[in-house]
Design a binder for this molecule. Sequence first.
Ligand SMILES: [Zn+2]
Length: 295
Amino acid sequence: MKRKKSLSVFVALIILVSACLGVFLFGHSDDSAENGGQSHTVKFISHYIDVGQGDSEFIEFPDGKTMLIDAGTDKYGETVTDYIKNLGYSKIDYLVGTHPHADHIGGMADVVNAFDIGSIYMPNASTNTKTFENLLEAIQDKGMTIKTAKAGMNIVFSEEEEYSADILAPIKDEYDDLNNYSVVIKITYGDSEFLYMGDAEKEVEEELLEGGTDVKADVIKAGHHGSNTSSSSDFVKAVGADYVIFSAGKDNDYGHPHPQIIKRWENVGAEIYRTDEDGTVVIGSDGRSITADAA
Ligand SMILES: [Zn+2]
């Protein structure tokens, strides 16, 4: 018994000495030492703006470039523009309207009018609503054209800053449901992967899996506000996210997010965030690890 105890003390001592030696030998080449032993600096931030029953995600890249995916209903146009201005930005480099539904592009005309815009991406889908026409008019008035979003397109790639944003869907030219035209985006920063699903439903999730698209991600903005039309079991397993964000309005009429869908993500070990309860959700990355509530 005594012999065993002294052996474990010896082992502990060896571990301690090796650890000290490791810090001494390698400490200076490690980033954390440069940051005064603190964790790595968060350089990529994804904001899931609370726009009630709708979607709006604002992304800050490490080099100061920005992306906005959707802008809620027209009622929230000002909320979204104020939010971005308060962060100190006057330019949106990449503006994405996932699909022409009012809860995604309603506030976007305000955004187009309020900011210097780099490029605009939307799917090849249209609808004859006043909301959609207003947006097209605002874009035209600015003398801009829309780039048609399609699977396989790269929006931005920075070798130096180790990030890229790629379009995974829409894959087909035509869908029955407008939701399935949703521009699905995957952003990679270092080792961190963020997925933005728009309102893409099971049909698109199946297409992605069948096509062998790498959907694995650390963080996902769940499809269609957490409705059970999306987040199919196979897809949830393939993504295997650590953080899931549901963008939905408080006491909305649709029952979003669906309890069964919340459970499904929890079952793969995901931490759940929802704008109806948490308000705006902010998630950051230093290129290695994810920080929730990085604001
Ligand atoms: Zn929607």
